[in-house]
Design a protein around this ligand. Structure first.
Ligand code: 13P
Length: 253
């Protein structure tokens, strides 16, 4: 069995995290304006805070820029104060959702089993989940990074993603917001291991599922990272907040 994937269009995803008031919509408008002049080779998506999703979806509506949310609940509705459901995200114009970002796993104690329920809810609502995995520095230094991440992939993906659009994002925790990027060798090794696991679980589909890299992706390093084997896009935090930087990463594909 060959594991070399038929490459789908890469996805450049901007995760604004807990940043952005109404004025930030202008950054998204600037991205749209630039992509109208010169269409991107990549698919492009922005994940604003939930408070802006509806307005952002309207602001970029009809353009090539997709929108999504940073998290969803595993249930379709109910008594879950402060949470939002996958159906609400779709209703607000989103078409994707990030599930199991390390900041959710760390700040809110989300387990891979919970993440799998979130991804399942996303699929049920017709959204494309981006399921995040990644090891801590401690795990990497103990030499356990690959085994840890592969187990996260297995446990965080519900069977219902089979045959549906979804992505996996590899984000080593020690590279997030630190300015420290995984080396291209680290990225190639981990993406190959994730690819093998996806192929083992999902067969042909698993060979083509986009595997994004995230962790201090910037205009200066995007070209090298995006050209690495089995890198199907980037999940960008800080550098997605300014249109000029985000566009430079989009153009690096
Ligand atoms: P930074 O690009 O700010 O390191 O964030 C990465 C990330 O967590 C994207 O989801």
């Amino acid at each position: 069995m060959t594991l070399s994937s038929t490459k789908p269009r890469p996805l450049i995803a901007g995760n604004w995290k807990m940043n952005g008031l109404a004025a930030a919509l202008d950054e998204a408008r600037a991205v749209v304006a630039d992509l109208e002049i010169q269409p991107a080779a990549a698919r492009v998506a922005i994940f604003p805070p939930a408070t802006l999703l509806s307005r952002l979806s309207e602001a970029v509506g009809g353009s090539a820029v997709l929108t999504g949310a940073q998290d969803c609940h595993g249930k379709p509705n109910g008594a879950h104060t402060g949470d939002i459901s996958a159906g609400m995200i779709a209703d607000a114009g989103g078409s994707l959702v990030i599930c199991g970002h390390s900041e959710r796993r760390t700040d809110h104690g989300e387990s891979s089993e919970q993440v799998a329920r979130k991804a399942e809810a996303a699929i049920a609502a017709g959204l494309e989940p981006i399921v995040c995995v990644g090891e801590t520095l401690e795990t990497r230094e103990a030499g356990d990074a690959v085994a840890f991440v592969v187990a996260q992939v297995r446990e965080s993906l519900p069977p219902s993603v089979a045959g549906k659009a979804f992505c996996v994002a590899y984000e080593p925790l020690w590279a997030i917001g630190t300015g420290r990027t995984a080396s291209v060798d680290n990225i190639i090794e981990m993406h190959a291991a994730i690819r093998a696991e996806l192929a083992a679980i999902f067969g042909e589909q698993g060979k083509a599922v986009p595997i994004l890299y995230g962790g201090s992706v910037k205009p200066e390093n995007a070209g090298e990272i995006l050209a690495a084997a089995e890198v199907g896009g980037a999940l960008v935090g800080g550098a997605s907040l300014k249109a000029v930087d985000f566009l430079a990463i989009i153009r690096a594909v």
